[in-house]
Ligand binder design. Structure first.
Ligand SMILES: [Zn+2]
Length: 225
């Protein structure tokens, strides 16, 4: 029974379980799908506004990959009821997972990492950020990197507008300045997806197809600073 918005739309769905260790968050894990997941908005009323906003970031993350209406729902002038968004996000997540329950190499599930390569490193560098807030910034930076690599993606403005609408952070340099760069770099390299001099990240292509990209660290630095 997930009790935060973030867990309702993301971590309780998809069968991953993990614990944190001294080496970082979710470093020991397994695939073990729940038999049933019970979700109610009663718990959400107990959260402070910042926690709810952080959960919204994971809803925004999944929306571009879905063929459903989640992206339009989020952008509509009238914000729908929270449970409508929760349901939309769960459907979208299941759609992205498809048959890829065990994260096979080249599988579709990797789309769920949108915003997370940069996001996880940000979380370690700027502990004042909640996970969802770091993912929000991560999505913007990863789209920016993809565009600088000449890749076609969904428009960065689509995500940026939604982050502003739901009061999520959009100013990366507010959290990673030149002094924090080496910490940020160290955190990036701890990520098991990344390699000695390049990082791997995923973004939604123009039609929402998952695009897996890589960039070398010198290039990354020259884009960010
Ligand atoms: Zn996440």
């Amino acid at each position: 029974m997930p009790t935060t918005l973030l867990s309702q739309v993301d971590s309780s769905i998809g069968g991953k379980v993990a614990i944190n260790t001294a080496y970082g968050k979710n470093q020991l894990g397994a695939f073990w799908p729940a038999q049933q997941v019970y979700i109610t908005d009663i718990f959400l009323e107990t959260l402070d506004a910042r926690q709810v906003k952080a959960g919204m970031a994971e809803i925004i993350k999944i929306a571009p990959f879905s063929k459903g209406t989640l992206l339009q729902l989020l952008g509509a002038p009238e914000v729908p009821k929270i449970l409508t968004l929760v349901e939309g996000a769960i459907r979208a997540k299941l759609e992205v997972i498809g048959n890829d329950w065990y994260e096979a190499k080249g599988g579709t599930r990797i789309g769920l990492n949108f915003g997370h390569t940069i996001g996880h490193a940000l979380e370690k560098t700027a502990p004042e950020l909640l996970h969802g807030e770091a993912v929000a910034l991560g999505m913007l930076i990863e789209l920016q990197l993809a565009q600088r690599l000449g890749e076609k993606t969904i428009p960065l403005e689509v995500i940026e507008k939604l982050l502003i609408k739901f009061s999520l952070p959009t100013q990366f340099h507010h959290y990673v300045n030149k002094e924090r760069w080496s910490l940020f770099l160290e955190a990036l390299l701890q990520d098991k997806k990344n390699e000695v001099n390049r990082i791997i990240f995923v973004v939604p292509g123009p039609e929402g197809k998952v695009k897996k990209l890589e960039i070398n660290l010198l290039h990354l630095k020259s884009i960010l600073f």
